[in-house]
Each structure stands twice: as structure tokens, then as C-alpha cells.
Design a protein around this ligand. Sequence first.
Ligand code: PMV
Length: 347
Amino acid sequence: MMVYNSSWQSPSNIALIKYWGKYGIQLPRNPSLSFTLSACHTNMKVEITPDAGIPGLTVLYDGNERPSFGPKIKSFFARIDVHFPWLKNASVLIDSTSTFPHGAGIASSASAMSALALCLADIDDQLNGIAHTKDEVWLRKVSELSRLGSGSASRSVYTTVALWGETDFVKESSNEYAIPWAQHVSPQYHTYQDTILIVSSGEKSVSSSAGHDLMSEHTYASVRYQHAENNLHQLIGAMQTDDGTDVFVSICESEALQLHALMMMGRNPFMLIEPNTVSIIKEVWRFRKESGLPVCFTLDAGPNVHLLYPLHHQRNVLDWIISDLQKFCVDGAFIQDKVGTGPEKIN
Ligand code: PMV
């Protein structure tokens, strides 16, 4: 029996313009834009036996069996087996590790689902005898597959910055897949830093899927979708040059707070930020005002704070984190991440 395997490292990403609200099969209600990360990533190995006789799925995480991941992966497979018919009768082994806490709002599903899509697309090439160059057309297909696993995963396949979701002013944009956006941003964003302050490393109390669902009945939904689009338009303009940092800062922070405000303003309100999240935000505002450094924050669907800033301010910002912010982090933990170059095949 032939066994095929593929290994990929795929990064997480942090949205600057947030995707919050979906329709159909993981189609976004508004376009989003993200930084691809580097240190936060998933390493995954997938082993497929196509005609195993008995189809099966084994999921290992950090070397231990994780049956709890099975249902999400099975529903992902059910969505993509039209593309990969061999998947229906295959025996599948997925073995992965991540460099960051699972479920803590660091888009673990983005790196995991994009890694899985990359491995499966690679194995499909092997099965079809194609020695693929993994070019942009291939990445677009992988982005679309990743989206079917987790919306934000569609953006993890590209270097530096990715845009996902239709918007009038970007002709090639699509709800089905993300597109690369690195070529449209000034060089400073290619080396931007993202220090993730870990306020809590526990599982989120409300999943992103439940949060997206609540948007369908949300009083402010249509206003939000329009607002996100306007913010995207402005942010794209601001990121084209090094002079747009003030706009970058104000849009990133406004998007982060809007995301959490939407959670608090729904019919079934919930709150994912913690008191220490608020303390950090206030300290960021104080520090920026006093130092004049363009450091800003964004938030994912969780309590942890992403601090974004240009590389050449790294020393000053790190000194400040250690003296004034580390005390708000669980066990003093933070992850020193930065904008990254996208997934890599592991041999
Ligand atoms: O891809 P999901 O379903 O995990 O949703 C991600 C939602 C946010 O992380 C809050 C925003 C985003 O655009 O990544």
C-alpha cells in the first residue's frame, strides 16, 4: 500500500482590519487585511494512505492523540473532498506542534488549517504525479482550501501582508481566497515587529465561530461591514508610504476595539478582554504620548495584546515592555514575533 506524506510549517496571522461575520461556507461579510507572522506557527506532518480499506483519522498534537480536534477536521474534509476525492477512503495521520498556546486567541486555527491545506494540496500533486512549483496560482488554491477550514487561515499562505474579501477598489480581491498584498506596502512593514503580551493562555470562553454567528443578528452589523471597508481603504493608502504611520496606528486600534465592542453590544453579549488587557491598552496610550514612538496595539478574538511597531524602535519598546508591561502578562510571558515570509515546506 502506497503511503504519501508532506510536511509544512505555516504561520499564524494577525488581522489589522478584522473579519467578523460570515455567510455561506466561510465567506466573509467584509474584507480584511493581515500581517503574516513568523514565530507563531504550526509544524505539521500529514501521512495519507489513499486506499486504506478502512478510512480513518488520527490526530496527534505535541505527540499526544487529540480526538477533540477530530470533528473540526472531519467537517473540513467533508468540504474539500470534491477537490480531493481520494480523501474519502483514505487513512489520515496528522501530527502537529505549535509554537504558541492553542485556543488563546492567537489564531491557532489559521496556522493549523493553512498547514493542513498545504500538506493536502502537496499530497494531491504527488498523487497526480505533478512536480509543482508552488507558484501563486497554487497558493491561491491553497488559500481557498484553507478558508474552508478557518476563514482567517486563507490569509496565512502569503508573505508579509494578505488581503481577503471582495472590495470595489481592489479588482482582483475575492471572498473565496486571499491575495498577496506585500507588494503594495512600504518596506518598513516588511520588518514590522509584533510582540504578543500573553494576558491569558487558557482556552477562549466563546469560540470565533460562535462570535461570527452572533453577527448575523447584530443590530450594528451592516454599519460595521461598511466601516470595515472604509477602514481598509484608508489603511491601504496609509501603508503605501512611511508617512502614513499615524493613520496606521489609529485604524489598527480602532479596529481592535470595534471587534471587542461588537462582542459586548450583541444580543448575547460576551467579553474576551481581561482587566490586564485594559491596563496594557492604557499604558500603550500613555507611552505613545510621552515617547512619541509609533507603537500601537491590536487584539485578536482573545485577551492577549499584539504590540505593533517598526523594527528600528525594537530596543526602546522592549525596555518599556520589561519595565511597565510584563507585570500584566501571565507568568511574565510574551512572544517576540514579527512580520514573516509565509509557509515553508519541511523536508
Ligand atoms: O478565522 P476565524 O473563524 O478563527 O475568525 C477569525 C476572527 C478574528 O481573528 C477575530 C479576526 C480575523 O480577521 O482574523
